[in-house]
Design a protein around this ligand. Structure first.
Ligand code: CNA
Length: 235
């Protein structure tokens, strides 16, 4: 903790790369913890349901699962989101790169947020392109249909779909320019997102995650702790 505090104090180009573990303390389950989505019972594995093929094959089932399990509305940012927003205000932070789709960084006040996997807060008609809110998707009875008759699709990257290249480029640039890279709350098993941290060439790579990750051996500092515990000790 002392080393982390010192590095944060000395940095003014921090980049934070996070995943679902950043929002579990706001009450949103992650995918791979024992109480996460992948440990629950469904007719198909979650990777199958939230894939592009499945979305095309059975959109009704997709939207039932999506509404029930993936639409995190009504949650509040936690101390990790709030601290990152404060670092941005203090001009210490270059970017938050997130695999999350819950919009909680922006709710905490962060503006420099790069959403690798999109956001449940943006939804567009696949026919006319009209924007719809997350509540529109939540309240639709079966398929969320636009007034033009087209299906409204969440701007969330499904398995088999490509990442937005402009978000990827900005993330690579931020990581290359970081003087401190904090990777946190992610199992680092979802690619290509996890591979982005390879662009960091500095010597202050910090990994904060409750469980071990495949990248632990590459980090300059590893903390196997809850994020709330770490961030509440940073002051
Ligand atoms: P993951 O694979 O579920 O891994 C989460 C990791 O976070 C695990 O290794 C846990 O050990 C760790 N973790 C959980 N809670 C804490 C905590 N309080 N403190 C420290 N560590 C913790 O999730 P990834 O983000 O790595 O996987 C990428 C997927 C998950 C992305 O595509 C996301 O869109 C997707 N996802 C997002 C959300 C969200 O937006 N909040 C929720 C669930 C899944």
């Amino acid at each position: 903790m002392q080393k982390l505090k010192q590095w944060i104090a000395e940095s003014n180009r921090i980049v934070f790369f996070g995943g679902a573990g950043v929002s579990t303390e706001s009450g949103i389950p992650d995918f791979r913890s024992t109480d996460g989505l992948y440990s629950q019972k469904f007719e198909y594995p979650p990777e199958t349901i939230i894939s592009h093929d499945f979305y095309l094959r059975d959109p009704s089932y997709f939207f039932r699962f999506y509404r029930e399990k993936m639409l995190p509305l009504g949650f509040e940012p936690n101390i990790t989101h709030r601290t990152l927003a404060q670092w941005e205000k203090d001009n210490k932070l270059l970017a938050v790169i997130t695999q999350n789709i819950d919009g909680l960084h922006q709710k905490a006040g962060s503006k420099k947020v790069l959403e690798l996997h999109g956001s449940v807060l943006r939804n567009y008609c696949t026919q006319c392109g009209k924007f719809h809110t997350a509540e529109f998707i939540r309240d639709a009875e079966d398929l969320p249909l636009c007034s033009c008759g087209g299906i409204v699709k969440p701007d969330v990257v499904l398995y088999q779909e490509a990442l937005d290249q402009s978000v990827v480029s900005k993330s690579v640039e931020a990581i290359r320019n970081a003087d401190l890279l904090i990777v946190a709350g992610t199992s680092l098993t979802v690619y290509p997102a996890a591979g982005l941290i390879d662009y960091y060439t500095g010597n202050r790579l910090v990994l904060i995650n409750r469980d071990e990750t495949p990248y632990d051996y590459r980090a300059d500092l590893v903390l196997h702790k809850r994020l709330g515990e770490v961030f509440s000790q940073l002051f």
